[in-house]
Write a protein that binds this ligand. Sequence first.
Ligand SMILES: N[C@@H](CCC(=O)N[C@@H](CS)C(=O)NCC(=O)O)C(=O)O
Length: 219
Amino acid sequence: MKDLRLVIGDKNYSSWSLCPWLLLKMFDVGFEEIQIALYQDNTAEKLGPYSPSLKVPVLLHKDITVWDSMAICEYISERFLGGSGWPANPKHKASARSISAEIHSEFHQLKEEWPMNCKASYRMAPSDKLVNEIARIDAIWSHIRRRYGENGNYLFGRFSISDCMFASVAISFEAYSAELSADAHTYMQTLLDNPFVQKWKSLGRREREQLAVAYASSA
Ligand SMILES: N[C@@H](CCC(=O)N[C@@H](CS)C(=O)NCC(=O)O)C(=O)O
């Protein structure tokens, strides 16, 4: 058993599981993956020994348990990356934390209407509320890329936790054909071209568990 273990849900549906998984992969931190299928009769029973919230993701590091995607990413950055999960420049870091917190706590319509589903690929007209949320994400991506992204193709140039937090959004935007500005579209494509995002998607597509629609929207 490895010292570092990450408990995740279905790759096809579990958008929050993708965040710390991608961070660990991008920074080449070795870990054992424990996957638990969500919304099955025995899910709570299986999650119980690992997850105080009965949700995923959960990080287990020796005798330390960390749950919730943002807290896990912070922990990984602090303990394994010398803080380099965030941009080094304090101004960039403040923006990176702000947009990561925003995507983590807001955008309920997006999570409800266009939940991540690696197998989905069809045009789904967004409601007015969702149009507003897409516009806000487009503005975040375009603004941050223009202002801070000169040293690479990710939001702050070099890959950071902020990119982890938006990876599932890119998958949803592609799946349901979001209309984006040119800058936002280019950034979405950067995330979709990331080899680990591609790996996650292809593994997700191979999963056989099928959620009822009502469940899929909250995953
Ligand atoms: N705020 C939490 C949300 C975690 C969450 O909702 N996880 C979903 C899967 S993506 C889950 O475990 N759902 C199971 C359930 O709600 O019973 C985070 O960022 O980790």
